[in-house]
Design a protein around this ligand. Structure first.
Ligand code: PLP
Length: 395
């Protein structure tokens, strides 16, 4: 009996709400379900405004436009993240300045950010890896002192908190994903949270293809037209109808995921104490939303062996990000790099940027492995995965 890595969970009401949306006659976005979803997040997470988007990637693109990124502006982001975190800014002409992770946590090391700030720096993009908060007080303090904007990549961070505050509500802007691999899903979908009044009006315009259509429909202006840049970031009602069925079951989903997470943790603690691998670090300022369960192996060889062994036992585990600072794009596009990081050298098959050494990021790229994590994963399955991992380390 094969155990997949992920299985999208359906609450049972998705098709029903889509049916309702279809027969309500309003198929395009910004109808009843779009508003229900947005209001839910505004009320439960303390966002000043929430806008549904077609993906987190799109929410990040909206954020990059709102930050008014101009060619040559610098953006500080972790290297251990998904491509979209930085791609949105690169599309606006930004140069990406990669920051290392903590030694025992894949999140951006807040103590290393300040040294990377230059007069061209405009934005810091913390990514809450595995839904575990970055040190937001430190990051916001640095941002305020240097007059920078903060965009939280909260793609994995639904229902997660920093010192009691919802992730995505602390930076100037926040970006969420409802991709089918996340806790709460819509197939493809996302959300932009806006926490600074300065961005509210413009965010709606960018969202509606550069028009002030939202204001027109609220009766605030008597005609609408082209007023700014923008794109088609607003998803159809069908996406929000699907998402609403998930949001209604948020507690159910989250309770079960946390049980699974805890079961893994208890079952693997002993091996971690023996030094076989390390377990996720949840700092005291952060909550755990059980987005993923990962372990960090001692080296690449051990990780490859474990993934192979689990696969032979019909359990699918997967590694995660490759360091973005070593990616083919970054190393071959000098315009995406700041002036002090222009030189590239070849090591083996790889191109590397001279002077850019992020050892913690590279270690997570080599050693981190994610175990199956989804709502319908049974206790017996979790136990059998734990048992196989014990077996691997006893060999
Ligand atoms: C999933 C993810 C994204 C992209 O989300 P999409 O909705 O698929 O565009 C961006 N950043 C991080 C950290 C993610 O995990």
């Amino acid at each position: 009996m094969k155990i997949p890595f992920n299985k999208p969970f359906l609450t049972g009401k998705e098709a029903h709400y889509i049916y309702q949306a279809v027969y309500s006659g309003k198929l395009s976005g910004n109808g009843v379900y779009t508003k229900k979803c947005q209001e839910y997040f505004e009320n439960h997470c303390g966002f000043k405004k929430a806008l549904m988007t077609t993906s987190c990637t799109d929410a990040l693109e909206m954020a990059a436009i709102l930050c008014d990124i101009k060619p040559g502006d610098e953006v500080i982001a972790p290297s251990y993240t998904f491509v979209s975190t930085v791609l949105a800014f690169v599309r606006q002409g930004a140069k990406i300045v990669f920051c290392d992770s903590y030694k025992d946590n894949p999140n951006i090391d807040a103590d290393k950010i300040e040294a990377l700030i230059t007069p061209r720096t405009k934005v810091i993009v913390p990514v809450h890896y595995a839904g575990v908060a970055c040190d937001m007080d430190k990051i916001m303090e640095i941002a305020h002192r240097h007059n920078l904007l903060v965009v939280e990549d909260a793609a994995q961070a639904i229902d997660s908190y920093y010192k009691g505050r919802a992730l995505g509500s602390i930076g100037h802007l926040g970006c969420f994903s409802f991709h089918e691999t996340k806790n709460v899903i819509a197939g493809e979908g996302g959300l932009l949270s806006i926490n600074d009044d300065r961005f509210i009006r413009r965010s709606e315009i960018i969202w509606e293809k550069g028009t002030n259509r939202s204001e027109f429909f609220r009766g605030e202006v008597n005609k609408y037209g082209w007023v700014d840049t923008g794109s088609s970031f607003l998803p159809s009602e069908l996406i929000s109808a699907f998402l609403w069925a998930q949001i209604e079951n948020m507690d159910l989903i989250q309770t079960r995921r946390k049980e699974i997470w805890e079961r893994y943790y208890q079952g693997l603690k002993g091996l971690a104490e023996e030094g076989c691998f390390s377990l996720p670090d949840i700092p005291e300022y952060a909550t755990n939303n059980a987005h993923m369960f990962y372990i960090v192996c001692r080296n690449l060889e051990q990780r490859s062996g474990l993934i192979k062994f689990l696969k032979e036992n019909e359990i699918l585990s997967v590694f995660h990000y490759l360091s973005l600072h070593k990616s083919g794009y970054y190393t071959s596009h000098p315009e995406s790099r700041p002036d002090n990081l222009q030189e590239v050298k070849t090591i083996g098959d790889d191109q590397v940027v001279v002077g850019l050494d992020l050892p913690n990021c590279d270690r997570f790229a080599d050693c981190l492995v994610r175990l199956p994590m989804f709502y319908e994963l049974k206790d017996e399955e979790v136990d059998s995965i734990i048992e196989k991992i014990h077996e691997f380390y006893k060999k």
